[in-house]
Design a protein around this ligand. Structure first.
Ligand SMILES: C[S@@+](CC[C@H](N)C(=O)[O-])C[C@H]1O[C@@H](n2cnc3c(N)ncnc32)[C@H](O)[C@@H]1O
Length: 303
């Protein structure tokens, strides 16, 4: 995948390349949750259910630049052939249950068009699938507004599945006090940890700030320690990054989610590269204790 930090130190969106068994583990866990969710929601027929896929993609990848990250995340041709994105899996679940409304969001028009033609065969309900081009952050605000309308009686399952740090904390906050269950892919090892440089200079602090919804100093306090060390020239401040920073990022994001949802999976699904290094964490949050119990069981089995 070509998710990378470019010359201007900006985080770039990958060229629709993804994969590896970590992708499979992520989507398998998500698929299991969707099945359980729809089964439970059957007992609440007065609620209309929404599936909101904020970074829908098109379910396949095109070749991209030959970067270090690409090699880290690359899947085999066989895996790619078998690859079925989240949207298709949700619709392909072998049961009669389905959501009332489906929203697929992506900034990439081409990817959305491709997805639309792929999903055409699944369209059978009374509400046509909605394919919306644009920034997920903006569409979440629209979703949240609808969710807050008590007359609409909505429950939503939201999938936030970007490779980068595109989801702003402000957008996540919009979903507070709504009947929303959410799965979020956090690029803990592959991006966030790289932005938290060893010396704590935080050149990309704006990206970190909008991602965590905190100030540069608050982020620094969380991931760095400052000590005074005696040197030949007197006392000097030495900045040190915390131990196990990738796990710490996952823990920290989990804590942040707890300020929005009542229940968050304590142990997110840890997704590793072929060398066993964690690259992403997949975390779940809900205001429903049953939801988090089921998600935690799914994660435990997937580890
Ligand atoms: C990792 S892929 C999605 C994978 C997909 N969920 C699946 O299971 O196959 C990420 C997608 O997010 C889209 N994207 C990037 N930034 C976005 C944004 N701010 N809002 C919505 N979509 C975005 C990209 O165009 C890309 O298609």
């Amino acid at each position: 995948m070509s998710e990378k930090i470019n010359e201007k130190n900006m985080v770039c969106e990958p060229q629709a390349e993804w994969g590896g068994s970590w992708t499979e583990r992520k989507l398998e866990a998500f698929g299991k949750y969707v099945s359980a969710y729809l089964t439970i929601m059957r007992k609440h027929p007065y609620l209309k259910t929404i599936y909101f896929d904020g970074f829908a993609g098109c379910g396949d990848r095109k070749s991209g630049t030959d970067t270090e990250l690409y090699h880290e995340l690359l899947i085999t041709d066989e895996e790619e052939r078998l690859y079925q994105g989240a949207a298709e899996r949700v619709l392909d679940l072998k049961n009669e249950l389905s959501f009332d409304y489906h929203y697929f969001i992506d900034t990439d028009k081409e990817a959305l068009d491709k997805l639309e033609s792929k999903l055409y065969k699944y369209q059978c309900g009374k509400n046509p699938f909605q394919f919306r081009q644009g920034d997920c952050n903006e569409h979440i605000a629209t979703l949240a507004k609808a969710m807050r309308d008590p007359s609409k009686k909505l429950a939503s399952l939201v999938l936030i599945d970007p490779f980068g740090m595109h989801i702003n904390w402000k957008s996540i906050e919009e979903l507070k006090d709504t009947r929303t269950d959410i799965w979020i892919l956090i690029p803990t090892g592959v991006i966030v940890n790289r932005l938290l440089d060893r010396k704590g200079e935080l050149k990309n602090f704006q990206i970190l700030e909008s991602f965590f919804g905190l100030s540069k100093d608050e982020i620094k306090d969380m991931f760095y320690k400052t000590e005074l060390k005696e040197t030949l020239f007197g006392a000097e401040e030495v900045v040190q990054k915390v131990n196990k920073p990738i796990e710490k990022i996952a823990e920290f994001y989990t804590q942040r989610l707890k300020t929005i949802w009542k229940f968050v999976t304590e142990k997110p699904l840890r997704l590793e590269n072929t060398r066993g290094v964690p690259i992403f964490h997949f975390v779940f949050a809900s205001n429903n204790p049953t939801g988090v119990k089921i998600a935690s069981q799914i994660i435990d089995k997937a580890h």
